[in-house]
Write a protein that binds this ligand. Structure first.
Ligand code: GLU
Length: 311
């Protein structure tokens, strides 16, 4: 049997010695203040075994990793009608790019770029006040993580609001095309707050279990259908790292979603839900050391979806 605990302790020790750790996001003070020396990893296997190393219990801003949970929730409400308003293709552009929206009539390429996530937030708002929609996302995350202590970092949410000019532009642009149904500040209020959810690697790996277990959580509860879990994983593989998605698939070979706070949720279907955190980012806005750690984990376990099953 593979000693996952041993492997991730080894990886955490290796990551501690890396000097070039990327650059911490600096657009808001609460993120700029984070020490780039942090590294955490949590792996939850299909049998429930949980392994952690490094700063796995330190909460960080999950940022765009939240887009996975918001998409799951919106699909539950809107079903496949969601795909009339958001595409399913990799963008090849930066996370906050506006260029494709013009030629594609305000329909974002996928739900994991900012424009797509703002439309998803708009769908979650349907029939709700912004505060209720935010509460619904938080409740969903707490439920899948089985942890009611998860909360929103209000200082981060305020920072997003105060500096989110590109997101404000994206939202207004989509509203002009009729692809935002609620007031721009309501959709953005939801989006900014979901980005400000704070979680540790352990909590994030817990929350990702339904994507590892064909839509179920331990104990048999169903969060989404097996088909939907498979499709969310496919989107994470193709679009989860913005214009670095191809590189992530090439090196790691797992569905993954990154956030500008330095977290990555990666899913080895049928095998493990994995969360890593290292706040330094590469030039595409994805965790630099986080991807290196996942590359090593996959290499040592054979967990890439492109590897034949070991057993
Ligand atoms: N709050 C960030 C933004 O919208 C999220 C980006 C990310 O995590 O990649 O700019």
């Amino acid at each position: 049997m593979t000693d996952i605990g041993g492997i991730i302790s080894e990886i955490a020790a290796e990551m501690a010695t890396v000097e070039d750790r990327g650059t911490v996001a600096s657009y808001i003070p609460p993120l700029a203040a984070i020490d780039p020396g942090h590294f955490g990893i949590a792996v939850i296997e299909a049998d429930g075994a949980c392994h952690v190393a490094g700063d796995a219990d330190m909460a960080f801003s999950i940022q765009s990793v939240s887009k996975v949970f918001a998409l799951t929730l919106a699909l539950g409400k809107a079903g496949d009608a969601l795909w009339k308003r958001v595409g399913r293709e990799p963008s090849g552009s930066a996370f906050n790019s506006i260029v494709q929206l013009e030629t594609e009539s305000g329909v974002p390429r996928n739900p994991f770029i900012n424009a797509g996530a703002i439309v998803v937030a708009d769908m979650i708002l349907s029939g709700h006040a912004p505060r209720e929609a935010i509460g619904e996302i938080l409740r969903f995350v707490r439920a899948v993580a089985e942890d009611d202590t998860i909360g929103i970092d209000e200082a981060v949410a305020r920072g997003e609001q105060a500096t989110g000019f590109r997101n404000i532009a994206l939202a207004n642009y989509m509203r002009a095309f009729g692809n935002l149904h609620h007031p721009v500040d309501h959709a953005l209020g939801v989006y900014f707050h979901q980005c400000a959810i704070a979680m540790s690697c352990r909590q994030l790996a817990q929350a990702g279990r339904y994507l590892m277990m064909q839509g179920r959580v331990p104990g048999g509860g169903r969060i989404v259908s097996a088909a939907r879990a498979r499709r969310i994983n496919a989107l994470m593989m193709m679009c989860g790292h913005y214009d670095g998605s191809g590189e992530f698939a090439f090196r790691v070979g797992l569905p993954g979603k990154s956030g500008v706070g330095g977290g990555i949720l990666a899913i080895a279907p049928g095998r493990a839900s994995i969360a890593v955190w290292s706040p330094g980012l590469n030039e595409r806005g994805n965790s630099k050391i986080g991807a290196v750690a996942l590359e090593r984990l996959v290499h040592r376990t054979g967990w890439s979806v492109f590897d034949p099953a070991a057993d």
